[in-house]
Ligand binder design. Structure first.
Ligand SMILES: *[C@@H]1O[C@H](CO)[C@@H](O)[C@H](O)[C@H]1NC(C)=O
Length: 365
């Protein structure tokens, strides 16, 4: 009995506590201020934001079960939720993200994604949320810079602001995020160079920055990101040579550098690495295709089109274990196309617009 009674008392206090208190009034007020800056005309997702307890069935809000502090805001404009099925449409919201959100100091995730019409800036004060792990604002019309002191969010694992109108350069402090695993800045208006210390983000496994206006070289520090599996820098203004170390990264599987201004030779390491999805199309690459392919070369995509490659297609290419999609078109290659297993299924489009390639699937030599 000695131990049972105190236990029961604690349970009772917890039960009564949660029933009576719900979410703290200040958090409820912050949520209502956040809602007041947004307009969601079609689904009525905010209709559930009534009553005193914001932890109880407020759409997209969840609280810590013990402290009743708001822990997650999860509002997705593209969702399987019945509310969307009933309305037969995806979400649309206008307005802006109110700085009132920053009063929810226990937030661990903020997902305000795919609402298409939310404008304004990312509130600067968001960097003062010490427990934030996930910041996902994809698919809105947010503009302005990324907060300069974003590096304060040292618990951040996911930063996704893709498909917005974010401008300015990548803040140097971003590289101070030691836990960041997933960085998605695709399809914005970000300019400037990649921070020299980019490689300080040791936990990064996906870095997606395509469709921006990023210039300058690939920082050598990238070679230190041992977990990097997917690097997409396509359709920017990057320049310089493609570093040889890119082909020696432990788990890099996808490397998209297409649509930039890279020049120089293709590092041989790239063709015998773990990279299975390699797109170097539409750069200024020169020299010959390295004659290094072999059984270790496995490509679902190998796109080297629209460069200035010259010389022959090396015979070794037919020793690759697999090449799903090959594109060598629009270069200055010449000579016979090697025959062999990985080539049998390829069509003429893979080889057209070169100087003098010949043989199957083009005209006989
Ligand atoms: C490679 O990049 C080019 C240029 O950005 C693009 O047009 C092409 O579709 C990409 N190739 C593949 C196979 O995705």
């Amino acid at each position: 009995m000695r131990t049972v009674v105190p236990c029961l008392t604690i349970l009772l206090v917890l039960a009564v506590g949660s029933a009576v208190h719900g979410c703290p009034p200040s958090e409820r007020a912050a949520l209502l201020a956040f809602r007041a800056a947004l307009k969601e005309p079609y689904l009525g997702i905010f209709n559930s934001w009534t009553g005193d307890d914001c932890c109880n069935r407020w759409y997209g809000v969840s609280c810590d079960p013990v402290t009743h502090r708001v822990a997650d805001i999860n509002l997705r404009g593209e969702s399987e939720d019945p509310i969307f099925e009933r309305a037969h449409r995806t979400g649309f919201m206008t307005g802006y993200i109110s700085p009132a959100i920053c009063k929810l100091t226990r937030l661990s995730s903020v997902i305000i994604a795919d609402w298409k019409g939310i404008t304004g800036e990312i509130p600067r004060c968001i960097t003062s949320l010490p427990f934030l792990r996930i910041l996902d604002l994809i698919g809105n019309r947010l503009s302005g810079d990324l907060p300069a002191d974003i590096g304060r969010l040292h618990r951040l694992t996911v930063l996704n602001v893709a498909d917005n109108l974010i401008s300015g350069s990548i803040p140097a402090s971003l590289t101070a995020l030691p836990n960041l695993m997933h960085l998605d800045l695709r399809n914005n208006k970000i300019s400037g160079t990649l921070p020299r210390n980019f490689g300080n983000m040791r936990m990064l496994s996906r870095a997606l920055l395509s469709r921006n206006q990023i210039s300058g070289p690939l920082p050598a520090s990238i070679s230190r990101i041992y977990r990097l599996a997917d690097l997409d820098l396509s359709l920017n203004q990057l320049t310089g040579k493609i570093p040889e170390f890119m082909g020696r990264m432990a788990v890099l599987a996808t490397l998209n550098l297409d649509g930039n201004k890279f020049y120089g030779n293709i590092p041989p390491s790239l063709l015998v690495s773990g990279i299975s999805n390699l797109n170097l199309s539409r750069n200024y690459l020169t020299g010959e295709l390295p004659d290094v392919l072999g059984p270790r070369s496995y490509f679902t995509v190998l796109d080297l089109s629209y460069n200035n490659l010259k010389g022959r297609i090396p015979k070794s290419i037919s020793e690759a274990s697999y090449i799903g999609h090959l594109d060598l078109s629009h270069n200055h290659l010449c000579g016979p196309i090697p025959s062999g297993a990985p080539f049998d299924h390829l069509e003429a489009a893979s080889f057209v617009f070169n100087d003098c390639l010949c043989g199957k699937p083009l005209k006989p030599c």
